[in-house]
Design a protein around this ligand. Structure first.
Ligand code: SAM
Ligand code: SF4
Ligand code: SF4
Length: 343
């Protein structure tokens, strides 16, 4: 017997037959770190104009956007930024989003403020966190956050997440040749057997201020060779279609790692992600130039059906595949910053 038609999950496809399944929402464009690959302090200094409060989406507006996206087939929701834990009262937002049916809710954070917030976030209904941690070498890490936050603070955040039941934690490390790549086998070794999953991310040309150069990218395949030489690995199948990270298991059964190969092996063909900036613009690619404004439509009284129609029309027009076209020349093209669009 076939299911009644209205019981089938709705799917909206773009021009390359990619469905709309994931939504990343930036809850603030501010951050307490100045990672040079994302918010270099020369560009994000004391005079930088962050969005004024009234331009930022309210919790009600974020929840409404998320609910309408869920009605169009979105199943995964990620809160990001900037640094999401800087947003006041974040557990309240988590509680509101956790009440949406059928949504898998997680948060990406630099974890500098996680130790004091993990329990409240978990109580509010958060299921998992991804923590960015680029090195366990304190000197390297302080240089990579450029605000002198020690590794110990992030490790306390991870421990608090674990105690609060937000586990397994995914740990994201951006790899930069000559900056932290010599410390990454140690990072893998530290979390091996812990249940947490380290994911190594190829350095990307997001935004226009991070001075990206192709020769600073360490190919994931080269990194795998280095890790495998000390901690033998075997390839794993993806958990699901469109999974961003390539998975490798430790041959001794002590867990797995992931590689996000955005530069050397782009995965645009299976990219099902939309993004909402902190001021309510909809972007269909991390490397987009323009977003479609949703906040003012809501504030002018648009109905849920009208919002859904806009979102659907934007997705149906989508043809983004930036990473498949990337070159040093394309990295000079205009685009929005990652801290604004939500990493
Ligand atoms: N502040 C939070 C954090 O760092 O986890 C959330 C926002 S941050 C923009 C999201 C993710 O983007 C982080 O894991 C960060 O490492 C990654 N990221 C930022 N700039 C990047 C770049 N140039 N290349 C690759 N990943 C980058
Ligand atoms: Fe902040 Fe995250 Fe960007 Fe680092 S990667 S500057 S922590 S938003
Ligand atoms: Fe998706 Fe754009 Fe990244 Fe390709 S470049 S994977 S389309 S966000």
């Amino acid at each position: 017997m076939t299911a009644p038609r209205d019981a089938a999950p709705l799917t909206v496809f773009d021009r390359f037959e990619r469905s709309l399944r994931d939504l990343r929402i930036s809850v603030t464009d501010r951050c307490n770190f100045r990672c040079p690959y994302c918010m270099p302090r020369e560009a994000f200094g004391p005079d930088f104009q962050f969005l004024p409060r009234e331009e930022i989406l309210s919790f009600e507006e974020i929840t409404r956007i998320a609910r309408v996206f869920a009605s169009l087939g979105v199943r995964k929701l990620r809160l990001t930024g900037g640094e999401p834990l800087l947003r006041n009262d974040l557990p309240k937002l988590v509680e509101m989003l956790a009440s949406i049916d059928g949504i898998d809710l997680a948060l990406t954070t630099n974890a500098s403020l996680l130790a004091s917030q993990a329990r409240a976030l978990a109580r509010a209904g958060l299921k998992r966190v991804t923590v960015s941690l680029d090195s366990l070498d304190d000197e390297v890490f302080r240089a990579m956050n450029d605000v002198d936050v020690p590794v110990a603070r992030v490790l306390e955040g991870i421990a608090a997440a674990e105690r609060a039941g937000l586990a397994p934690v995914k740990i994201n490390a951006v790899v930069r040749r000559g900056v932290n790549d010599h410390t990454l086998v140690d990072l893998a070794r530290h979390f091996k057997g812990s249940g947490h999953i380290v994911r190594f991310i190829e350095f990307m040309d997001v935004g226009t201020t991070n001075g990206w150069r192709l020769d600073e990218v360490v190919a994931a395949s080269a990194l795998i060779e280095r890790i495998d030489a000390e901690l033998p690995l075997v390839p794993l199948d993806p958990n699901y279609d469109g999974e961003v990270a390539r998975r490798w298991a430790y041959a001794d059964g002590e867990g797995e790692i992931g590689l996000i190969t955005s530069v050397t092996e782009p995965f645009c063909a299976t990219c099902t992600r939309a993004r909402i900036s902190a001021d309510g613009r909809l972007y269909t690619c991390l490397f987009a130039v323009e977003g479609v404004e949703l906040r003012d439509r809501m504030r002018a009284g648009a109905s849920d059906d009208e919002l859904a129609a806009t979102m659907r029309a934007v997705w149906e027009q989508r043809e983004d595949r930036y990473s498949e076209l990337r070159s040093e020349a394309t990295s000079d093209l205009p685009r929005v910053e990652m801290s604004y669009i939500g990493g």
